[in-house]
Design a protein around this ligand. Structure first.
Ligand code: PLV
Length: 322
């Protein structure tokens, strides 16, 4: 039996969110994972399969995949190198180092860091740990839906799932999980911020496209190209994936309201998934007939993230003042 690195996280009912949305809202608290986000599920699973005999792992990351890789590698007794872009806050670099990882800062956005990670893996014979594009990651992430189903109890199915999309690994994992528990007809609201919207751009173009740049402050959503599997799911007529955008200001506002009401601090990448609750987007989708009325419960994936502290929050408030 393989060791699990992730925890079975709480599924909490939010009275404040439920009041706002007008239906029961459940939060899957992935922020309480050991590495601070859901990423440990997939990365733990992938490393179990691929890195047992490894002389070291190398992960390209906006931060959180790296945190998971560093944590898992330390637990496995394998050295970890994490390549992050220069947009990664110093506080994350510090947290990665505290987790025992060697950190290199390469390029401006995640795609630049990824190219270097692939190169290092090749020349140094390290195990490459991708942050979102791998079936083993999706299989690991799927466990969060299986857990949520177990917490809700037999026969209880949410009306919709709300999550954020960076490169699309979380989305692929959740779809996999919905298949595993027989919830394939549950709509998934896939959130990105304006300026980190590679899935939305791909859907509009009808094909996978590469963004020119990442202009959003939600750097952990900042992959320029969505993974092929996520795009294919979005095109699949048997699934209902609703791709929507929020502004950085809306994501930031969501973080602050979430902190006030739930007493939990999450980063911008997660704020994007919370924003629909606070901006009325869920209501709008219902009015447009894209979500059913009444909705049944809403399952929000609180993906978490380490790229935040009070200082970072203050600096984001300053930067995004409109
Ligand atoms: N972050 C990745 C990719 O960054 C990383 O390297 O950490 N919520 C949080 C807190 C995240 O950190 C991420 C991804 C996502 C959501 C989106 O997940 P994805 O990439 O699987 O769609 C560039």
């Amino acid at each position: 039996m393989a060791e699990h690195f992730h925890l079975n996280t709480p599924l909490l009912e939010s009275v404040s969110m439920s009041k706002r949305v007008g239906t029961t809202v459940y939060m899957k608290m992935e922020n309480s994972q050991p590495s601070g986000s859901f990423k440990i599920r997939g990365i733990g699973h992938l490393c179990q399969k691929l890195a047992r005999q490894s002389k070291g792992v190398v992960c390209s990351s906006g931060g959180n995949a790296g945190m998971a890789a560093a944590y898992v590698a330390r637990r496995m007794g394998v050295p970890a190198t994490v390549i992050v872009p220069s947009s990664t806050p110093q506080l994350v670099v510090q947290r990665l180092q505290d987790q025992g990882a060697t950190v290199r800062i390469i390029g401006k956005v995640w795609d630049d860091a990824n190219a270097e990670a692939l190169r290092l893996a090749e020349i140094e014979g390290l195990t490459f740990v991708p942050p979102f594009d791998h079936p083993l990651l999706w299989q690991g992430h799927a466990s969060l839906v299986v857990e949520a189903a177990a917490s809700l109890g037999p026969g209880v199915k949410p009306g919709a799932v709300l999550l954020s999309v960076g490169g699309g690994g979380l989305l692929c994992g959740v779809i996999q999980g919905l298949k595993d528990v027989g919830w394939m007809d549950v709509p998934v609201i896939a959130m990105e911020t304006v300026g980190a919207d590679c899935l939305n751009a791909a859907i509009k173009a009808g094909k996978v496209v590469t963004l020119d740049d990442i202009t959003s402050e939600a750097k952990c959503l900042g992959a320029k190209t969505v993974c092929k599997q996520a795009f294919e799911y979005a095109q699949c007529s048997e699934l209902k994936i609703i791709s929507e955008l929020v502004t950085d200001q809306q994501a930031l506002h969501a973080i602050q309201t979430f902190l006030d009401e739930e007493r939990v601090l999450v980063e911008m990448a997660c704020g994007a998934a919370l924003a629909p609750v606070y901006t009325g987007l869920v209501h709008r989708l219902q009015k447009e007939g894209r979500l059913p009325t009444p909705l049944g419960s809403l399952l929000v994936i609180v993906c978490g993230g380490s790229s935040i502290n009070m200082e970072q929050l203050t600096s984001l408030k300053h930067k995004l003042k409109s």
